[in-house]
Design a protein around this ligand. Structure first.
Ligand SMILES: [Cu+2]
Length: 419
């Protein structure tokens, strides 16, 4: 943390009695900034710099150093991170591996919020559900996001539904962040970096007898009258596994003493089904997931997300053989998106709404040949996206296409050497 007057926003957290969420969530900094501008008296809350001649009680070391022609001293402090040595060595260079705690996952608005502490990363928010990952100042298509082995294309032209929106934070098991140009083996095409988000793998037990397992969690957000709950229930033995997982999140507008920030509420529900079996040729799994978002405000954009419905189905295989490992994945993901500029915010003279659809189809085959020092990977990947979006005047019915039946297809083949 850099010792800087802006850090005084942490003091605001104490006032709001939500120190952790406000300090870690850039979204909340936006309404707070608005609030301070609205009130026109930030010093009452967050200790704005006093008048030049006002006594502060703090020794003016910077002035003395400035007089001597030197830069003022900057003090940076931080906490060490406990690394998993084995995972660190197996991860690509320039990468960071995250394994969020249950507490972090329950508290997060979305999976992107789990990246807030990664050096060089930021989460840009136009609303509580729009966690756009930014790496070293670049974002959107410049950052490659792989979600559960899939390429997910946002349906919203403004990325109200970035890829990590489609993986509930409570379902996110690990995150890998890698800086630099994305390798072809992870989808290529991006120059800023790569984020790989993985849900928990299917669960098995040692015994042949079936056992039931489950998990239940929840959270309450006092600053928005919000709440979240998630649960998993399943049954498995050493060969078969079946599990259902669900999460529900709801929040009203962000509140502060004396008012609220309009267009900051949301409702999100996710349901997932994971079926898996361990066979002679490895793990075979089928996954089905549904997402439903309603009335998610995006105050920084000209419209709000009224409806976001995502459906996906996928198959996966992972096996170990004499030469190394072999993994394959096929999937289909469909999104329907609706936004407007008059349902959640005061209507202006021109009432507009927009519908969009984004359908992704993909397949991937990857083989890894590990050695004592070197690992070779080879594989191929196919991705196809079909995209349509239009906007319509709600009063006159006049329509304008943003994109109609747009199609993007990509095939990548790679031979990769990790030394
Ligand atoms: Cu949108």
């Amino acid at each position: 943390m850099v010792v800087d007057p802006e850090v005084s926003l942490v003091n605001v957290c104490l006032v709001m009695k939500t120190p952790c969420s406000v300090a870690r969530n850039p979204l909340l900094l936006v309404p707070l900034t608005r609030l301070l501008l609205t009130l026109g008296a930030p010093s009452a809350w967050c200790g704005a710099p006093p008048a030049a001649d006002a006594p502060t009680g703090i020794p003016d070391l910077d002035a003395a150093q400035a007089a001597a022609g030197r830069m003022p001293k900057v003090v940076v402090t931080g906490e060490g991170v406990a690394w998993d040595q084995e995972r660190l060595l197996s991860a690509p260079l320039h990468s960071m591996y995250l394994e969020p705690t249950g507490h972090d996952r329950s508290r997060a608005h979305d999976s992107a919020a789990l990246l807030g502490a990664v050096p060089g990363a930021a989460v840009v928010r136009n609303g509580p559900q729009t966690g756009i990952v930014q790496l070293r100042g670049l974002q959107n298509e410049r950052v490659r996001l792989v979600v559960d082995g899939m390429t997910l294309t946002p349906a919203c032209p403004n990325h109200m539904d970035p890829p990590l929106h489609y993986l509930a934070p409570t379902a996110t098991d690990t995150l890998m962040v890698m800086a630099g140009v994305t390798p072809v083996s992870l989808g290529g095409d991006s120059i800023a970096g790569t984020v790989v988000a993985r849900p928990a793998p299917p669960r098995f037990f040692e015994s042949a007898r079936a056992r039931v397992f489950g998990e239940l969690g929840g959270s309450v957000h006092s600053d928005s009258d919000g709440w979240g709950t998630h649960g998993t229930i399943g049954v498995a033995n050493r060969r078969l596994s079946a599990a259902y997982s669900g999460s529900w999140q709801s929040a009203g507008d962000f509140r502060f003493p004396g008012g609220r920030v309009r267009d900051t509420g949301y409702q999100t529900t996710q349901h997932g089904l994971l079926l898996a079996t361990q066979t002679e040729v490895g793990l075979l799994a089928a996954d089905l997931r549904l997402l439903r978002t309603r009335d998610a405000g995006t105050p920084a954009l000209p419209m709000d997300m009224l409806e976001g419905d995502g459906y996906r189905v996928g198959l996966r295989h992972a096996g170990e053989f004499g030469f190394g490992t072999l993994e394959s994945r096929v999937y289909r993901h469909e999104v329907d998106h609706l936004m407007d500029n008059y349902s959640l915010r005061p209507p202006g003279p021109m009432r507009m709404f927009s519908r969009a659809e984004s359908d992704d189809t993909g397949a991937r085959l990857d083989a890894a040949l590990p050695g004592e020092v070197h690992t070779f990977r080879l594989g191929t990947e196919f991705h196809r996206n079909e995209f349509s979006a239009f906007q319509q005047n709600a009063l006159t019915g006049a329509q304008q296409d943003t994109l109609r039946n747009a199609l993007r297809q990509r095939v990548g083949t790679y031979l990769e050497w990790q030394a």
